[in-house]
Structure formats: structure tokens, C-alpha cells
Design a protein around this ligand. Structure first.
Ligand code: GLA
Length: 681
């Protein structure tokens, strides 16, 4: 793509996640998430530079930027920008705090004029930038612009950058009425980043116009260590793209940097993808919740002229925005992250805490903390405000939820006196395997627990599913009263009708209850179960068997060929160390391929290695898992090594998982082959 140095091409990157996103507690297999990055060391007292004392960006900037939705396409133009400004006002986003309407790359012509001035592209901006700024200002909003701290910007078409033109370009921006500058890092000619970004700071200051200054060097020079008195925000990551893996990657880079953020100087994990279509609304709610608890800039990245009501609902959630915009200006910190079950807490100015219970897994998970752990010890009871459901509950101190796959429960916890007016916080969870064979009864157990200070009365639980399924409680499903800390467990017999095709099916568990004052409350947990078929007895090639789910670093997992990186079927003959194999699986790190083995199989075997088709950067490691246990693994294998035989005993496993990791050096060229992979049952 556009970047001349060090960065990966992103245009064709696709993390493919297969069909199974089972919604039950993870008892059987199913991709375990990777571990958390260690927290960054806190800046030593007195060692950081003070923030720019200009009163700008005292809370994280909020607004819009066109890049994530348009890149350089022609639809990025004056009418789009004005349309967004109109919608900010009409849809109440301005009232919710969104202010900046920002232009990204491609607004200029490739050449400066005879006087060295930047020229807006007349096809996109026929009236010039000043006219757009005037329009945006007339709506009570602010205008942002973009250029690069290099000789050209990042787009391949080669638009002019500001290196060596800092003072005149800044002057031109100020004359146009620009209120925000995003300053990129491409074509920087190897000049020291700190000096390039500081020169533009001084140039902006010299204009006398208040201009928010956004440093965009992708975290390459650790700007959090030196930029607090240079810019108001700095990118901490490479470019986000509109998929779960990318959002997660940026999240994990940004979380440990919490100590460096504060009023006037923010960590920026890149702009929002909410509404762009590559994630589910549940995933977008997680994205928005997590950016807010990290006090990240909230720059809408979808074309609001085409946005769905669900997108507006997310972006306009004022209770979540209040977490982001809290005047204390703290970035939330990670309290725990075991098994992809994240607890992130943020101190708020009013003494309350925002708490995100974030589930990175593809199955629902029980995630739990306490008021004491989030920094509020000692009260008899607390109010839990659910910022997505907009309702309040009381708790005796436990903060706990069963969070759906890829979901986030975002709460505000206060030690206030009003707790007794709310119903008790109740958790609804489910245990049991989400995998079932058609016509065979499977058992699930629902568990309703009262974490409130007050009892939950008239508790009743129900389970619904597709037409024709038999769903029957085989134990008690009501309780007259559940005191604090007590649970109602109900066993359910679940049978998909004979002949149900394999695939995913949605079930819903509901629990209803009443507070002591008679208020009715309900918990709902969506579940996804999979109808599976048992593997054939004897020995089968894994390249020919149906799988349960796949995750792959690039393109889809391939049957009986290597990984081709884009579409299904674009691989080549599997070849390791000059040996060609007719059968097997071709994957790309990071990868997980799961098979249902139904406790009927004994052995998995394969010759594993990096496919010959890639160069020296291909380094990977292979693992075989039987349910939750790693039963075989290799060390790091390189492209120069011959195939290594790998055999695992998988006796008794319900699910077998073939995992390939990146060998610790990123996923560049990691074409991994499970050559001649076989399953014996
Ligand atoms: C870089 C930046 C992006 C975007 C593009 C524009 O990749 O990181 O946010 O501004 O350049 O070319």
C-alpha cells in the first residue's frame, strides 16, 4: 500500500473466522484467546514532560474522519463533509459531544502552486477548504485537516507533505479556519520523529490559532514517552481495519499505556470502525465500550449518511460517552485478563468507577470482579449502572456477568445511598457443551445467581430455541427467593430433531425475578449451539473431513493445498523441504482449526512445517489440543527446516484443535502446513 517502510500491506488482509461461534461457557475446545500484553512501566514521577498548557483537548477529541469509510475514493468530497456536519446536528451527535469534522488524506492536489502553497483538489473541494470550514463553523462544529511530516503524504498518489514547509502550511491551515491537524509519518526521509513533530507544534503555535494537534506516527517512536508537550494525542498503533482481529490488536497495544494519558495528552488507538460492516453490532459495542474506557479519541469512521439506526444507537450512547469524556481524564487500567476474560476499570471524577467486563472468546464467559478490586472498598452495597441497558441494580460487592461471545458489559459502579431503590444484580449463566448430535439429547445447565444486597424473589428461568427442538427442564426452574450469593441451577435436556443439518443454531435463556419492592427485572443470555456429526471410524485425512470452525491469519484455511492468502482454493501443492504432499491442511498463522471428535478418536498425526512457497520470515509453531489440554507441540519451525512429524493422543476428546502460532515474530510469511494430517477413530 502506501507506506514506503516497515509496515505491512493492509488492503488484502482478512482474518477469517469460521462458522462456529458457540455461545456457551467454554467447556469444549473453541479457540482460546491469546494472553495480555504486560502493563507498561508507569512514567517515573517527574520524568514526563508536562502537557501543552493551551486548554485544548482537556477531554479526548470527538468527531468524524472520512478515512475508514472512504480511503482515497472520490466519494470523499465537499458534499460528504457537509453532509456529515448536517447529520451531527440533525441526529443529536453534536449534542452528544461530537465536534470535529476531519478531512484525511487526498484532499489536496499532488503539486503545490507556484508560491509553494497547498491547493485543494478542485474536483473534491470546488469551493476550497475555507468554504468548507465556514460551513462547518456555521453549524457550531470544528474542521480538521491532514498532512504528513514527510515530503509526501501516505496515499500512493503522492500528495504534498509538510516537511520543510511546516510554518507556511500551518499558516495556510490557520487562514482557512482549520481547528485540528492530523500529522502523519510517511516519506519522512529518516529525519528524527521528535524533531519533525516538534517543528509542526511550533508552527501551529506561531499561527496563534487554537489547533488540536494529532500525532500519527503509529507508535513507532514511543510518542507516549516524549509527546505530552508536543501534541494533544498520539497514535499508539498501526492502522485499524474493520475486523475483530485488528480492533483487538490495537486494543492490546493501547491498554498498557494507561499511565501516559491525561487531559490534553491522549493515547490514540486509531479511529472508530463502528458501522462499517466488518463486525457485528455486539463487536462494535465492545469496540466503542473499550475505546471509551481507554479515554481514546472518538472519531467516527463510518459514512453517517448511510448508517443504520443500530450504528447511531452505539455512537450516540451518552452514558458510554460520559465514560470517555470524564473530566478526571484517566485511562482505564486492566485488572485481569485470564483466558480472554478482561476486567478494565476507570476512575471517574465523581468517585465512581467505570468497569468493562469484556469477553474476547467465541463462547459466553463468566467474568467477575469486586467493588473492592475496582477501588471502592467498604460499602454495604453499591449501585451498578448498566450503560448499554440503561438500568440500575444493587450489589453486595460482587460485579459479575456472563458475557456473550465478543461482548462487553459496561457498568458504572458507585457507593451511593440510592442502591436500595434498584433491583438486585442477578447473573444468568449456562454450563455444558454447545455441541450436539441431531436426535440425541444433550444436557445444559442454567445458573441464576443473586449478587445483590437484596434478595431476588419469584425467580423463574426459561429456555427457547428453533421450532421442533425439544427443550425440557429436568430439574427445578423456579425459586421463591434467592438470597445474596445463592443460585438456582436448572438442568435442561436439549434435542435437535433427527435430520437437523449440521451448523449453528440460536437458543435463548431468560431469567425473570422481582426486587423486594416488587419491581420486575429480566436477564437474557443468547446462546449458539452447533449440530455436529460424529467422525467416521478408521483413519481419515483431515483435509477431507468437515471441520467445526476455523480461524486463519490470511484468507481461508485450505483443504489439501497450501494457504493462498485470499480466496478459497487459491493455494498450491503442499511442499515442505522439497517434499510435496497430496493431502493435508494449508493454514496461515495465527490459525486454529477445530474438529468434532465426540470422544470417539485416538490419534492425530501430521508432518508439519512452513511451506516452501514463502521466504525466510516464515516462522511458526504447531500445537494440538484435546479439549482444554495441549497434547503435542513443536518448537519454532522455520522455512529452512524439513517437515517434522507430530503425533498426539486425543483419546476421550470431544473437540480436537490444531493451532499454529506466529513463532513470536509476527505473522509475516507464516504459511504453515499440516501435511498428510490424519485422524484415527
Ligand atoms: C496513514 C494513517 C491513516 C491514514 C492514511 C492516509 O496510513 O495512519 O490513518 O491517514 O495514512 O493515507
Amino acid at each position: 500500500m502506501r507506506h514506503p517502510h516497515t509496515r505491512h500491506t493492509r488492503t488484502s488482509r482478512r482474518r477469517i473466522v469460521g462458522a462456529l461461534t458457540a455461545g456457551l461457557l467454554c467447556t469444549a475446545g473453541l479457540a482460546a484467546p491469546s494472553a495480555i500484553a504486560a502493563p507498561a512501566p508507569a512514567p517515573a514521577a517527574g520524568s514526563t514532560t508536562p502537557a501543552l498548557a493551551d486548554g485544548l483537548a482537556l477531554t479526548p477529541p470527538m468527531g468524524f474522519n472520512n478515512w475508514n469509510s472512504t480511503h482515497c475514493r472520490a466519494e470523499f468530497n465537499e458534499s460528504m463533509v457537509k453532509g456529515i456536519a448536517d447529520l451531527f446536528v440533525e441526529k443529536g451527535l453534536k449534542d452528544a459531544g461530537y465536534r470535529y469534522v476531519n478531512l484525511d488524506d487526498c484532499w489536496a492536489l499532488p503539486n503545490r502552486d507556484a508560491d509553494g502553497r497547498l491547493v485543494p483538489d478542485p474536483a473534491r473541494f470546488p469551493d476550497g477548504i475555507k468554504a468548507v470550514a465556514d460551513y462547518v463553523h456555521s453549524k457550531g462544529l470544528k474542521l480538521g485537516i491532514y498532512t504528513s511530516a514527510g515530503t509526501k503524504t501516505c496515499d500512493g498518489a503522492g500528495f504534498p507533505g509538510a516537511l520543510g514547509h511546516e510554518y507556511s502550511d500551518a499558516r495556510q491551515f490557520a487562514d482557512w479556519g482549520v481547528d485540528y491537524l492530523k500529522y502523519d509519518n510517511c516519506n519522512n526521509q529518516g529525519v528524527d520523529a521528535k524533531s519533525r513533530y516538534t517543528t509542526m507544534r511550533d508552527a501551529l503555535k506561531a499561527t496563534g490559532r487554537p489547533i488540536v494537534y494529532s500525532i500519527c506516527e503509529w507508535g513507532e517512536n514511543k510518542p507516549w514517552e516524549w509527546a505530552a508537550d508536543v501534541g494533544h494525542l498520539w497514535r499508539t498503533t498501526g492502522d485499524i481495519s474493520d475486523n475483530w482481529g485488528s480492533m483487538l490488536g490495537n486494543l492490546k497495544k493501547n491498554l498498557p499505556l494507561a499511565p501516559y494519558a491525561g487531559p490534553g495528552h491522549w493515547n490514540d488507538p486509531d479511529m472508530l470502525e463502528v458501522g462499517n460492516g466488518g463486525m457485528t453490532d455486539t463487536e462494535y459495542r465492545s469496540h466503542f465500550s473499550l475505546w471509551s474506557i481507554m479515554a481514546a479519541p472518538l472519531l467516527i469512521g463510518s459514512d453517517l449518511r448511510k448508517a443504520t439506526p443500530a450504528t447511531f444507537d452505539i455512537l450516540d450512547n451518552k452514558e458510554v460517552i460520559a465514560v470517555d469524556q470524564d473530566p478526571l481524564g484517566k485511562q482505564g487500567t486492566v485488572l485481569s485478563s485470564t483466558g480472554g476474560r478482561w476486567v478494565v476499570a476507570k476512575e471517574m471524577k465523581d468517585g465512581s468507577r467505570a468497569v468493562a467486563l469484556f469477553n474476547e472468546n467465541g463462547t459466553a464467559q463468566h467474568i467477575s470482579t469486586t467493588a473492592e478490586a475496582v477501588g471502592l472498598p467498604g460499602a454495604r452495597a453499591y449501585t451498578l449502572r448498566d450503560l448499554w441497558r440503561h438500568s440500575s441494580y444493587n450489589t453486595a460487592g460482587t460485579i459479575s456477568a456472563t458475557v456473550p461471545a465478543h461482548g462487553t458489559v459496561l457498568l458504572r459502579v458507585s457507593a451511593d445511598r440510592a442502591w436500595a431503590t434498584h433491583p438486585p444484580a442477578v447473573e444468568l449463566g449456562v454450563d455444558g457443551s454447545p455441541l450436539m448430535e441431531a436426535g440425541k439429547a444433550a444436557t445444559l445447565t442454567s445458573v441464576v445467581t443473586d449478587w445483590g444486597r437484596t434478595p431476588a424473589a419469584r425467580v423463574s428461568v426459561s429456555l427457547t430455541g428453533p421450532d421442533g427442538w425439544a427443550l425440557r427442564a429436568t430439574s427445578r426452574r423456579t425459586a421463591a427467593v434467592l438470597p445474596t450469593g445463592r443460585s438456582l441451577s436448572t438442568r435442561w435436556s436439549v434435542t435437535a430433531p433427527q435430520g437437523t443439518p449440521t451448523g449453528s443454531y440460536d437458543l435463548t435463556v431468560r431469567a425473570s425475578y422481582r426486587s423486594p419492592a416488587g419491581q420486575r427485572a429480566e436477564e437474557v443470555l443468547p446462546l449458539t449451539v452447533s449440530v455436529v456429526v460424529p467422525p467416521p471410524s478408521g483413519t481419515s485425512g483431515l483435509g477431507d473431513l468437515p471441520w467445526l470452525s476455523t480461524v486463519n491469519g490470511w484468507g481461508p484455511v485450505e483443504r489439501n493445498t497450501s494457504n493462498g492468502e485470499s480466496a478459497a482454493g487459491d493455494g498450491h501443492p503442499i511442499t515442505i523441504g522439497g517434499v510435496v504432499y497430496a493431502k493435508g491442511l494449508g493454514v496461515h498463522a495465527d490459525s486454529t482449526v477445530e474438529y468434532y471428535t465426540g470422544r470417539a478418536c485416538e490419534t492425530v498425526s501430521a508432518d508439519v512445517g512452513v511451506d516452501d512457497e514463502k521466504g525466510a520470515n516464515g516462522t511458526v509453531a504447531f500445537e494440538i489440543w484435546a479439549d482444554g489440554t495441549k497434547v503435542a507441540s513443536t518448537g519454532v519451525l522455520t522455512n529452512a527446516m524439513p517437515a517434522q512429524p507430530l503425533t498426539a493422543d486425543v483419546t476421550g476428546a470431544q473437540v480436537v484443535r490444531l493451532v499454529v502460532t506466529d513463532g513470536g515474530d509476527g505473522i509475516d510469511s507464516d504459511h504453515a502446513d499440516w501435511a498428510d494430517a490424519k485422524l484415527s477413530c
